[in-house]
Ligand binder design. Structure first.
Ligand SMILES: Cc1cc2nc3c(=O)[nH]c(=O)nc-3n(C[C@H](O)[C@H](O)[C@H](O)COP(=O)(O)OP(=O)(O)OC[C@H]3O[C@@H](n4cnc5c(N)ncnc54)[C@H](O)[C@@H]3O)c2cc1C
Length: 467
């Protein structure tokens, strides 16, 4: 008698889910159960914050209902770490006579090691693992000599050619041929969040509606509006994608439906959005190709010798949005208030921390990990190491963003900064991004660093490294 077990991770949806679709492709005489295992201590050591855990909790609640409608019960089990997860799975499969285990692949080092151990030790269980988190499987986008790409442009070129040659039909919806059941209860992962997460979809229907609203109305002008933090010019679907409430395939499908053509025929404005989904794949592929990225190491080993200053008072000011540089402070306040930050502003605050304050990128990465509801090792590490010029395809070290001109270019009226720092609204628009130049007192903090000399200090540190 077959007994199938679906193991959910950051793939908390039933539609277009490779593992769910395969596991539920059977008649109702076959028992199908589902589990989600926490790794509380290990996740704490990764820096996962209350925002991520609370959001996950909301998604688990809606997933449990979706599964119960289809006659499957979801058990959520609190465990300390991945070693206990592996033991739990082995014991459960033995006790419950599980014949088949289904899960979607994860690409971080610890998760891969855990899955490898389980697959080798579960001698009497058929282990079925699937590519679901990314659009293209990591080992399928390689250089001519079978290496992982470390530069985005050639990766993208290859990605597009592999994509064109492969089939991307959505996975079959899970069959609902078994009697409905009732969801089980569990001990909550987090009772509350640190930020107000009301803006993020907590069930599949909502997430698909958000996706459709974006692709139907905003996709076409994405390129023109994606860098303006004061408007909703981007999809804001990163939390849904990071926790797997949506699949990246669903995103491409919705974009193609809206544009009524395949992605390779998209106009530039809309293709830029697909480009971001390819970046997302790129960072997951890098985790597989370069395991040191999962181990807190710089992609470029020589940058480990940078003389990071790590000044505690400056880091504190950065974290709390009190650096005196409006676009940086607005971004850091947005992060704390909402658990999310606009991509352009993420790059600005990351460069300010790593270049102007010459602080180790790992400090910023950990702070983002704590607050971001979309926190994801691949994208977060990739974004931080890009900004710090320590990573693959990184920003050249001598091209340091000037946060004032960045602010003036991408938030010319100061709408975004005034939202988070209201006293700036009293200043003339031309002075809002550099309030220290205004002759009137405005009650806002003075800059903690001189932008010009601190920029030079960072460039010199990188130059010394090269020497
Ligand atoms: C320092 C830094 C840290 C970051 N940390 C994370 C993180 O922890 N989790 C995360 O999902 N993204 C991270 N990003 C990437 C990016 O900022 C967010 O994905 C984006 O802001 C999400 O907004 P959106 O959903 O409106 O994106 P859109 O512009 O609508 O893009 C669509 C989707 O593509 C993906 N995407 C977009 N940009 C990137 C990118 N540069 N790299 C990888 N994927 C991308 C996201 O899944 C996003 O939802 C980081 C970027 C930087 C510079």
């Amino acid at each position: 008698m077959q007994h199938r077990l679906i193991w959910f991770r950051d793939d908390l949806r039933v539609s277009d889910n490779a593992a769910v679709s395969a596991a539920m492709d059977c008649d109702s005489t076959i028992q199908v159960d589902a589990i989600f295992l926490t790794a509380d201590d290990e996740w704490k050591s990764f820096g996962y914050g209350a925002n991520r855990l609370y959001y996950t909790e909301q998604l688990l609640k809606s997933l449990a209902l979706e599964l119960a409608e289809r006659g499957v019960q979801l058990q959520v089990i609190r465990l300390p770490d991945y070693a206990h997860q592996a033991q739990w799975i082995k014991a459960y499969c033995e006790r419950e006579h599980v014949t088949d285990l289904y899960f979607n692949q994860e690409y971080q080092w610890n998760e891969r090691m855990r899955d490898h151990e389980i697959a080798t030790e579960l001698a009497h269980v058929n282990v079925h693992s699937f590519v679901d988190r990314v659009i293209l499987q990591p080992s399928t986008v390689l250089t001519g000599d079978n290496r992982f790409y470390s530069v985005f442009s050639p990766f993208k070129k290859r990605w597009l050619s592999v994509y064109r040659e492969s089939n991307h039909a959505p996975y079959r919806p899970p069959r609902s041929n078994r009697p409905k059941t009732t969801p089980l209860s569990w001990t909550s992962l987090a009772d509350s969040s640190e930020s107000d997460l009301a803006a993020f979809a907590t069930n599949e229907r909502q997430a698909l509606n958000d996706l459709e609203a974006f692709t139907e109305t905003k996709l076409i002008q994405y390129d023109a509006s994606r860098n303006q933090p004061s408007i909703q010019g981007t999809s804001r679907l990163s939390a849904a994608l990071a926790r797997g409430l949506l699949s990246p395939r669903q995103c491409i499908q919705a974009a193609e439906d809206a544009m009524r053509r395949p992605i390779w025929d998209f106009p530039e404005g809309a293709f830029s959005w697909i480009n971001e989904l390819i970046w997302r794949d790129f960072y997951q592929h890098l985790l597989v190709g370069f395991p040191r990225l999962s181990k807190n190491k710089a992609f470029r080993p020589e940058t480990e010798a940078l003389p990071w200053r790590n000044n505690a008072a400056e880091i504190d000011a950065w974290k709390n949005g009190l650096t005196g540089i409006p676009i940086v402070d607005a971004g850091m306040r947005e992060l704390k208030a909402t658990g999310w930050m606009h991509n352009r502003v993420r790059m600005i605050v990351a460069q300010f921390l790593t270049k102007n304050l010459l602080c180790d990128w790992r400090i910023g990465e950990a702070h983002f990990m704590r607050y971001l509801v979309d926190s994801d090792l691949g994208a977060n590490n990739g974004g931080w190491q890009w900004s710090a010029s320590t990573g693959t395809d990184a920003a050249p070290y001598f091209r340091v963003f000037n946060p004032v001109s960045q602010g003036e270019t991408h938030d010319p009226e100061g709408v975004y900064i005034c939202h988070y720092i209201p006293q700036l609204a009293d200043l003339p628009k031309v002075k809002r991004h550099a309030p220290w130049l205004a002759s009137v007192p405005n009650g806002y903090v003075d800059p903690i660093v001189d932008l010009k000399s601190s920029r030079q200090r960072a460039i010199d540190a990188f130059k010394d490294l090269k020497a």
